[in-house]
Design a binder for this molecule. Structure first.
Ligand SMILES: Cc1cc2nc3c(=O)[nH]c(=O)nc-3n(C[C@H](O)[C@H](O)[C@H](O)COP(=O)(O)OP(=O)(O)OC[C@H]3O[C@@H](n4cnc5c(N)ncnc54)[C@H](O)[C@@H]3O)c2cc1C
Length: 519
């Protein structure tokens, strides 16, 4: 049981596989004789899912630690800069219905209760626009940094929009050429079990048995090791989040130099919503919906209508959407014996707020940091991992459901069903009661590495017009003064940045031509 962990084998070469390989290999020196061996095996026949184009700001740190060049990322992955999400039509569905969830925290977030002052004095102003400069940048298609800002550094916090297929290829090249990850193209056909129930080796179609000490299942929906071999139960969460299908398309810009959106736009539909992600050379658009509430045909009509409205009738006519179906949910546990699941094999729910790649990054980072020295202590790492990720999945469920619970739309059974009490997680229902009297705070989501900070809850809650009952007045007059100062600071920052920052399109063109200074 005290065998050293020397060889990590990752099965699957999608974003989960390559991100996990890179994160572990960079830290554990897979390129040196003395380091950990990291091997990634992927099927030459099973394609990667090929979607997943919106990321979180955490991706900057993840890639920087792996030694990636941000300039190359922009050039090779058709990447652009993302500063948050804009939600259109989620509250009433009327023309003026939109709000932002930006990446920047409210100005002076921890200094005072901004919500009380906003509600008492400025309730007609959109909350995010009052407390943060970032929605103003997004409104004008501005970049989050200047041409002279070094790689990975930011003027305004940002993440990426990128081409998922190109990202996989880019990571593969980096991991194999720079980080010492060994790459095998072969089908895994079975498992050679060890006496203690561990996986001793993988059987492959043409390369014999592949032995390892720790096996990471990144096989996507196949869930080859965690699901098929270990039969770890899958917990469906469809009772909370109904969406279980998506139609994805790539939409060309009308003119090559059209502005690139600085945020993901999520536009509510009758039984789901449409994502719209702007890359430098095209947009990635898709309709995610509930098959219990609409048909594929009706969902496609709504998708085409959206594309026609944003790119013209001819763009909409030429589309052939790709359909993806999924059961929303996750495994009961993620790390079992000497096998840990990362990515879709661990679970997947609809891409609202784009948390899937972030979960992959957090999973890879925890495996990297808690990499057991030997088999004897692996079960401790496994228990900690399972506790952490079960908590994270539950918080993701809460946060995503919040977007639906607060909607006032009544134009379809989908929106009404989404507000039914029995579909709302207990903890979220409790917090919603509390938030009538006090704004979301760090006490509500109090782990050190929370997936969504309390500021995110505030942006969604007040963006969607949640009415507090009695924290409408600042408790002390000096609090009101502090809040007013912070609102003024935020406005000044917005003005300064709007004048000083290039547009996202201008910055991307510059990076393609001249690169960014290395940090
Ligand atoms: C509609 C939709 C939209 C999404 N949008 C976003 C988004 O905006 N942001 C975000 O963060 N995430 C998003 N996601 C999720 C994101 O796409 C995934 O989390 C991410 O791509 C990781 O996928 P993966 O690597 O786990 O699986 P996959 O990409 O499916 O890779 C599976 C790998 O396993 C290999 N494999 C399978 N069987 C075998 C075998 N027997 N032997 C060897 N290899 C095998 C395959 O060859 C492949 O390499 C979205 C997902 C969907 C469905």
């Amino acid at each position: 049981m005290s065998k050293s962990i020397r060889h990590v084998v990752i099965v699957g070469g999608g974003s989960a596989g390559w991100l996990t390989a890179g994160v572990i290999a960079a830290e554990h020196c897979a390129d040196r004789e003395s380091g950990l061996r990291v091997t990634l095996i992927e099927s030459p026949d099973v394609k990667t899912i090929g979607v997943g184009e919106g990321t979180w700001p955490s991706m900057r740190d993840t890639l920087r630690h792996m030694g990636v060049s941000e300039t190359e990322l922009v050039r090779e992955c058709d990447a652009s800069f993302k500063q948050g999400s804009k939600f259109v039509g989620w509250v009433t569905g009327h023309d003026d219905d939109s709000y932002y969830h930006p990446f920047v925290l409210p100005q002076g977030y921890t200094e005072t209760n901004l919500v009380a002052r906003w509600h008492a004095r400025y309730a007609n102003a959109p909350f995010a626009h009052l407390v943060s400069f970032q929605p103003h940048l997004c409104d004008q298609g501005k970049a989050p940094k200047q041409a002279a800002t070094p790689e990975f550094a930011a003027v305004a916090n940002y993440a990426y929009h990128l081409d998922a297929g190109k990202f996989g290829e880019f990571l593969k090249a980096h991991c194999t050429e720079k980080l010492g990850v060994a790459h095998m193209l072969d089908n895994v056909t079975g498992i050679v079990p060890a006496d203690n129930g561990d996986i001793a080796a993988l059987k492959t179609a043409s390369s014999g048995d592949l032995e390892g000490d720790l096996f990471i299942d990144c096989t996507g929906f196949a869930a080859l090791l965690i699901g098929k071999h270990y039969e770890i139960p899958f917990i469906s969460r469809k009772d909370i989040l109904f969406n279980d299908a998506a139609l994805a398309v790539q939409v060309p810009y009308v003119h090559e130099n059209d502005p690139i959106a600085s945020q993901t736009t999520a536009t509510a539909q009758s039984s789901g919503w449409v994502w719209d992600i702007g890359l430098p050379t095209r947009r990635g658009v898709g309709h995610v919906y509930s098959t219990a509430h609409t048909t594929d045909e009706a969902a496609e009509v709504e998708l085409r209508k959206y594309v026609a409205a944003t790119a013209g009738d001819s763009a909409a006519a030429g589309l052939s959407p790709r359909k993806i179906t999924f059961e929303p949910g996750h495994r009961e546990t993620f790390w079992h014996k000497n096998c840990v699941a990362v990515g879709i094999s661990a679970g997947f729910i609809e891409p609202l707020e784009a948390s899937a790649l972030a979960l992959i990054e957090f999973s890879a980072a925890m495996i990297r940091d808690d990499m057991p020295a030997n088999r004897g202590i692996m079960d401790i790492a496994a228990r900690r991992f399972n506790e952490t990720f079960r908590y994270r999945w539950d918080r993701i469920m809460d946060f995503l459901k919040l977007h639906y619970v607060l909607s006032r739309r009544s134009d379809s059974a989908y929106w009404e069903d989404n507000r039914r009490a029995e579909t709302i997680p207990e903890r979220l229902a409790e917090l919603l009661q509390l938030w009538r009297y006090q704004p979301p705070s760090r006490r509500d989501v109090n782990q050190i590495e929370e997936i969504f900070p309390s500021a995110s809850y505030q942006y969604v809650l007040y963006g969607m017009g949640f009415e507090p009952e009695n924290h409408g007045t600042a408790r002390r007059s000096e609090d009101a003064g502090v809040a007013d100062r912070l609102f003024a600071e935020s406005e000044q920052l917005a003005r300064k940045m709007l004048a000083g920052l290039p547009t996202t399109r201008e910055l991307i063109d510059h990076v393609k031509q001249s690169g960014m200074p290395r940090g």
